[in-house]
Design a protein around this ligand. Structure first.
Ligand SMILES: [Zn+2]
Ligand SMILES: [Zn+2]
Ligand SMILES: [Zn+2]
Length: 142
């Protein structure tokens, strides 16, 4: 596992460091977590790593394309290590739970604009909103 992350880092010319490996591992095991959760998970293993260092790692990994940052309207930014497949997300309006939704087309932009006004369109931001099974069950019970 670790060697996978090492080769990912080397492929984008980032130095292999323990905090970078720890952030990638945390995101592999816990997709769509916010910065605070990344910090808690990484510091559980590496207590000496500062908050600022973890912010910097997230920024560097996002800039390098190893990590994807998503920010549904009204929610805090979340991070995931599943990149490069143009998948979408379904977000619960009640609790903010997020799940992956495969893109039916697979590449951006997967919706063709009815009018492009001369723009070269390279992305359509698709977010599905609804109620997750847990919140739907709670609602039915009350
Ligand atoms: Zn919910
Ligand atoms: Zn995702
Ligand atoms: Zn799509």
């Amino acid at each position: 596992m670790t060697s996978d992350f090492e080769s990912q880092l080397r492929a984008v010319s980032l130095r292999v460091t323990r905090p970078r490996l720890a952030v990638l591992a945390a995101l592999r095991d816990n997709p769509h977590i916010d910065t605070q959760t990344v910090i808690e998970l990484v510091r559980a293993d590496l207590p000496a790593v500062s908050h600022q260092a973890i912010y910097d790692v997230l920024q560097a990994l996002t800039d390098a394309g190893l990590v994807r940052r998503i920010q549904p309207a009204g929610a805090t930014a979340r991070y995931e290590s599943r990149v490069g497949d143009n998948h979408h997300h379904v977000v619960c309006r009640s609790c903010g739970a997020i799940a992956d939704v495969e893109c039916a087309v697979g590449h951006a932009p997967c919706l063709t604009a009815s009018v492009d006004h001369g723009f070269v369109v390279d992305e359509a931001e698709v977010v599905y909103w609804g109620t997750c099974p847990d919140c739907a069950a709670t609602r039915t019970a009350t």
